[in-house]
Design a protein around this ligand. Sequence first.
Ligand code: ZN
Length: 479
Amino acid sequence: MNIPKSNFSEWYNSITKDAQLCDIRYGIKGFVVFMPWAVMSMNRMYAMYEDALERRDHLPALFPALIPESYLTRESDHVKGFVPEVFWVTEAGLNKTEERYAMRPTSETAMYSMYSLWIHGTRDLPLKIYQRCQVWRYETKATKPFIRSREFHWIEAHNCFATREQAMAQVYEDMEMAQEIIHGKFCIPFIFFKRPQWDKFAGAENTFAADSLMPDGRTLQLPSTHMLGQHFSKAFDIKYTDEAGKSEYVWQTCYGPAISRIYAALIATHGDDKGLVLPVRLAPTQVVIVPILKEETKAKVLEKCKEIKKALECCFVVKIDDSDKTPGFKFNEWEMKGVPIRIELGMRDIDAGIAVVARRDTGEKMKIPFAELDAKLDEIAQAIDKNLLSKADTWFATRLSSATKMDELNDILEKNPGFVKVPFCTDEMQGEKCADLIKEKCQANVRGSKFGSDEVPKSEKCISCGAHATIYLYAARQY
Ligand SMILES: [Zn+2]
């Protein structure tokens, strides 16, 4: 790594290559190979998210990747939103297919076609099913590995309820789950915004999305959860018979934590000039032992390394780097890969009965007696994750500001980009013109209102049109 993180875009391209997180040389534009070091962390992220879902009574399933065109086009807003991005399958072997099949861009229509067969009465509700899968979208904007590519990896949860209130409660639970996992475990700060009507998910009544910030102050959308109302249940005829024998359409929600994109936020949030920095709980290797080898004591030192590895393996993923490279080279390499804890061990240390332990997040070095290593490493690991969270939160807080005039908004977005709270006339469809003006004058997007946002004083005027303001919305430059 020789690019400072302050030059974020270049730094990001360089770290994804140098740490071997992905290979962008695959022969289809916008399709990227995700490499082992990234996939091992992503697998840990999946496991934590899936565990959180299952603890909340979601069940796993796997639906086909191909969706018949006749399913995809059943809900009219959904079609308009997604059809321009679909990859189509039109041939199978030597034959043309009977109809076109979409490579799923998202699975509402695949899953709901089956839900209508599965749901009959109140005892079939709530139905809460998720799947871990890839989706394909023909992105026309510039692609960037993990941030935006034409194939990405995610979890999608799709739920049916008897009442609107139960569906809304699920939306809140989804937001709380993101807080527990993405903030609490991945140490990534974000804000949940209720998207304005002109920017909601195609086919939803309302969209709530978690927006994180990249180091350059531009926002990246992490999971979103959608109140679908009865739009899809009417299109797919998903009905249940209530206790009184009356047939009712179900209320639906869906939720999409895009793990590959959250991984981008992980790289960006915690990395530094030396490379990746990973929370201990997500690192593929958590402790690396680097032996300081001299020919005459080599066997003894390696033996001690193995002994330490064995003792630590109860609680950590440990690797001994006994390759032929110099210790200095190894230090740099493992720092670049973000391994949270390094143990250095030479004959002199062994004679003194101590190990030298270095923290990746702070660079701090400590001498720890062998007998205390186990307990101390536990403490250090917890301290690292705690430090990453508090560092990220502190930085995030410096990127929240507010403006009431367009010039002021533009000035902030130039000097201290992040989320800027602005008074706005409305987040209903008629406000879109005012949002367009912000885009034109400040190259920023209106992300929505903050959940539980403060009341607007009567004197406030819309930053765009000057009419009476009814709501505070947040503007940011986006990925
Ligand atoms: Zn306005």
